[in-house]
Ligand binder design. Sequence first.
Ligand code: FAD
Length: 439
Amino acid sequence: MSSKPPADPPSAATGPPTRVTRRSVLKATAATLLAQGPASRTDASGVAQPARPHVVVVGAGAFGGWTALYLQRKGARVTLLDAWGPGNARASSGGELRITQSKLYASGAMYTNRDMYRPVYMEMVARSTQLWQEHQARWDRRLFHPCGAMTFYTDADRSPRDAAAYMREVGARVEELDRPALERRYPQINFDGVDWALLDVDGGLLRARFACQEVLHGFLAEGGTYRQVGVESPSLDGSGAGSVALSDGSRLAADQFVFACGPWLGQLFPGVVSIRATRHEVFFFGTPADDPRYTEDQMPICSDATMSPASAVIPGGEHRGMMAEGGPTKVRVVDPTTVDRTPDPELAAFHREYLGFRYPGMKDAPLLLARVCQFENSRDSNFIIDRHPDAENVWIVGGGSGHGFKHGPAIGERVAASVLGETPVDPVFALARLSRARA
Ligand SMILES: Cc1cc2nc3c(=O)[nH]c(=O)nc-3n(C[C@H](O)[C@H](O)[C@H](O)COP(=O)(O)OP(=O)(O)OC[C@H]3O[C@@H](n4cnc5c(N)ncnc54)[C@H](O)[C@@H]3O)c2cc1C
């Protein structure tokens, strides 16, 4: 990976970890201000901010990587840190492929409190899709395959029709296809038990771990600094953080700290944020030789709501084979650092049987690859973007809850604007709503 040499940036103080006090915070901020000269600016709440603050972002997954990029682009001096690297095999962003689709949000699946969150997520998906495409062109790297995302239904399913109407209302492109239309368009699929389908035309595949690495390259090219190092949980006494302790024994000082640590957030901030990491598995099955029918050029992502348990199939992007996910749910809470990632053979057998039924050309397809990953669930399955309640300059960003990857670019823009004081914290993603929900 091309990154800057791991030399400490000027504000990194080495030596044994020391206790963070109000005095040390003020000293660190003053030192940064001095180094930058007298120039300062005022944020949205009228508070003076250094002209070029140093921001440390911890976590180079979908949320942290894009946040670092946008902070850097908005003029901050940014150091991005990750214990194992962007899109590493333990990270929630470390899979091969992730889906982007707005019908998930139009229908209200995956998250709670639809009335409040639906317009927010719809806008974020649209913005992120635009930014995925823009960065794909800017970096000349394939990040997104716009193959569409379709869900199969029976006539008994009425609510997806409302979702389609909502999508049209907000300008998202959607098609409702009846059985004859489906059979004409996708002869490689067996539509037994399917009456109709909803196609989210702007949906598609994102190259997950590859994209995290490309975001890092983009960030470095724009002047950011990256170090592969772990960060310890900060001890906060109400006066803010001046520096954080690193796994190499040194400390790193900054004006602001953003912790975008996915499924690790709950361990880093116990009692402040509750994140439940639950195990999920995806399987890649080999398509027949010389047969393009199961690639993203010839079929969309297909979720099947006619069967229980429901499954989703992603066409053979990245030459990995056809990816299958979902199936029987066994809720298993895991530690993302230590969980054994041996795939479950029963789940693999379930997906092989399903594929053979719905995609007859895939009958008895060999299993090529499997990935065991985890969702990082917030209490209400909605994202968290807020300051730590005991430290104004410490930010917590996460709670992707199994649907966060696609939003990386829009999250990055939002977080950067809040950290730099341009926009206030959005109450829909604030921590307070979670404690209110519990009360
Ligand atoms: C099987 C599966 C399928 C999914 N499908 C979809 C989908 O189709 N569409 C979608 O939008 N989303 C999907 N998701 C969810 C999505 O992948 C996540 O919501 C998103 O990737 C979370 O990104 P993150 O940056 O918050 O976390 P992560 O990617 O986990 O990044 C956190 C980073 O922080 C680093 N870190 C942690 N602790 C420390 C520390 N103390 N010091 C330094 N570094 C640290 C880690 O190494 C890691 O790189 C899926 C998830 C899974 C598991």
